[in-house]
Design a binder for this molecule. Structure first.
Ligand SMILES: Cc1ncc(COP(=O)(O)O)c(C=O)c1O
Length: 398
């Protein structure tokens, strides 16, 4: 065993605060059936994870090993995820009238989306536990990423996807050797089928936030944003939300960095962007509800936001409130306008989810939520190349 510098200590229930040992594979909290979150010895982590030490480390998300959960270096399953560019958007800065506008471009990840981070973390931990078979429901991009990391680690992958998932996602899963089952319904129906298969075939179900480590991988987006801004916390972070793991992860990152003394107590306003055709979190947030209700008949071309219910809904609401953030809906036509703008003005061919956050940023500037002088980070979570079928009508008249 080659020990990592991980200071991972235990898992904690996100609702009750109960603590659970880290020595067996776990999914939801035994005390509440809500997500479990990994906790670290941050006092110890800060001794070695310093601004200086990070400069000479590996060039992917695993450089933050002190606050990632893998204990043996040999178990890290990596395809070079993370270290994606944080770029200033000079042209859109003028169009949107925001002085400091940045994009964190996650389309540069293996398999073309931020999902690579979470699946690298989850599959590395699965390997550490000696798990041989995994299963997951997915709207598309997570399935592609899971299949790639499963192929690399030689763990058998089983995917349940809605029939109308993007073609690229179905193709890549097959190419990576996963067993693919298409479900006539939504991601929630795929979730039910996946849970049945997990039980029947003794597979470990790594559904987002029902497994504690995907959020740890996604957390590294937040670590990178802060490091790339020269250890500064931005004023606003705008994120396309489906299951919500990205928002939870980024917020967790900034809080851990504060406890380690790497940043001060400034927090970004967190913005949750959803599709008009699937907005369970925005609906509940506007009504100040504690939990969301499942969204009936979700419909949007942004497959990643076609998630009728998020298991971590209450965590997301707490983050939005604590950060003085907000939640906003964008319709499909607006998303496509956002994709066009990112392409024409900044040379980034973004996923519709990325288009949605750009369009949301415009709206929030127009209504004054964002001020001209704010430092704003827009997260483009994926690549348009995964959505050629869904976006063909907009960009190609054949
Ligand atoms: C491109 C893209 N963006 C955003 C999301 C939503 O991410 P999260 O589950 O972190 O809310 C997904 C999820 O499938 C996605 O594929």
């Amino acid at each position: 065993m080659t020990k990592t510098l991980s200071t991972y200590e235990y898992l904690q229930c996100s609702l009750t605060g109960d603590k659970f040992s880290n020595d067996i594979p776990r999914r939801l909290s035994p005390s509440s059936e809500k997500p479990l979150l990994a906790r670290y010895d941050l006092e110890k982590a800060k001794e070695t994870m310093t601004k200086e030490s990070l400069l000479s480390r590996r060039n992917d998300m695993w450089k933050y090993e002190e606050i990632l959960p893998v204990l043996d270096d040999n178990n890290i399953v990596s395809l070079g995820e993370g270290n994606t560019p944080l770029m200033r958007m000079n042209n859109l800065s003028n169009v949107l009238d925001i002085k400091n506008l940045y994009v964190k471009d996650e389309s540069n990840n293996p398999t073309g989306s931020f999902k690579a981070r979470g699946l690298s973390a989850a599959i590395s931990k699965a390997k550490e536990f000696g798990i041989k078979g995994i299963v997951m429901p997915s709207a598309g991009n997570a399935a592609g990423a899971m299949s790639a990391y499963a192929a690399k680690s030689k763990i058998a992958a089983n995917v349940f996807m809605p029939k109308d998932a993007p073609l690229a996602n179905k193709m890549e899963c097959i190419a990576f050797g996963a067993n693919v089952e298409l479900v006539d319904g939504f991601i929630s129906d795929a979730g039910k089928a996946s849970a049945i298969a997990a039980e029947k075939y003794d597979l470990f179900d790594i559904s987002t936030l029902k497994e504690p480590f995907r959020v740890e991988g996604k957390k590294t987006m937040g670590l990178e944003i802060v490091e790339q801004l020269g250890w500064q916390v931005p004023d606003v972070i705008i994120y396309p939300t489906g299951g919500g793991t990205g928002i939870v992860g980024i917020w967790k990152a900034i809080n851990e960095l504060e406890k380690m003394g790497l940043v001060n107590d400034k927090k970004p306003k967190m913005v949750c962007v959803q599709a008009e055709g699937c907005s369970p979190l925005v609906d509940a947030f506007e009504k100040n509800e504690e939990y969301a209700v499942p969204f009936e008949n979700p419909k949007t071309l942004a497959a990643g936001m076609r998630v009728p219910l998020a298991v971590g809904d209450f965590i997301i609401f707490n983050i939005l409130k604590e950060s003085k953030g907000t939640a906003i809906r964008i319709n499909d036509a607006e998303m496509l306008e956002g994709v066009s703008l990112l392409s024409k003005e900044e040379g980034i061919f973004a996923a519709p989810e990325g288009g949605a956050v750009l369009r949301a940023t415009m709206k929030l500037r127009e209504n004054g939520f964002i001020e001209k002088s704010d430092k704003v980070v827009v997260v483009n979570t994926g690549s348009a190349y995964k959505y050629l079928d869904a976006m063909q009508k907009t960009f190609w008249n054949d």
